[in-house]
Design a protein around this ligand. Structure first.
Ligand code: GDP
Ligand code: MG
Length: 178
């Protein structure tokens, strides 16, 4: 998309059930209160203008990733559509953490020449007693992936806006380094 106008596509990736739609609905909820249209394509795509560090950015958040999609068409679309990616796993589900690594590798393969900003997101951090992936494992994984890391809870709305603001800051760093 057009970075000179601060328009960016941000794509949510991750296994089913990790909380992508829950995170997206928090993003969309902020738009609803401002009367914007956040119900494009059945609520899976939400556009909204956010102010981060006194500068606005218009983010289109895509929650269209379907890990079970047989056609692969939507998956390919997702892998190409993003100016930035939120790769989400659940801290209560080790398999989803391993899936996040696969997605990072897949993304690197598809977008070899692009330096796309990525945040590795460990969601459901409210479920402390069900934790299967430690915060240190998450951090270490992000170092290997060369991306940022954050733990969130969509349920408690903890760190969710830090995550969205963080991806906007990453996009700007990339824009300003060009
Ligand atoms: P998606 O398949 O990645 O879109 O996952 P969903 O957003 O549909 O969430 C799957 C389930 O996990 C739902 O029952 C959500 O209510 C629940 N969930 C999502 N995020 C959190 C969270 O941060 N904490 C807890 N406790 N549950 C969550
Ligand atoms: Mg979903």
């Amino acid at each position: 998309t057009d970075s000179s106008n601060n328009l960016y596509n941000v794509v949510l990736l991750g296994e089913n059930g990790v909380g992508k739609s829950a995170l997206a609905s928090i993003f969309a909820g902020a738009a609803d209160s401002m009367g914007s249209d956040c119900d494009l394509y059945g609520g899976e795509v939400c556009e909204q203008t956010v102010t981060v560090d006194d500068e606005t950015a218009t983010i289109t958040l895509l929650d269209t990733w379907d890990p079970q999609d047989e056609s692969k068409w939507t998956q390919d679309q997702c892998m190409h559509a993003g100016d930035a990616y939120l790769i989400v796993y659940s801290i209560t589900d080790r398999a989803s953490f391993e899936k996040a690594s696969e997605l990072r590798i897949q993304l690197r393969r598809v977008r070899q020449s692009d330096d796309v900003p990525i945040i590795l997101v460990g969601n459901k951090c409210d479920l402390v007693r069900c934790r299967e992936v430690s915060i240190n494992e998450g951090r270490a994984c992000a170092v290997v992936f060369d991306c940022k890391f954050i733990e969130t809870s969509a349920a408690m709305q903890h760190n969710v806006w830090d995550m969205f603001n963080g991806i906007v800051r990453q996009l700007r760093l990339r824009r300003d380094s060009k």
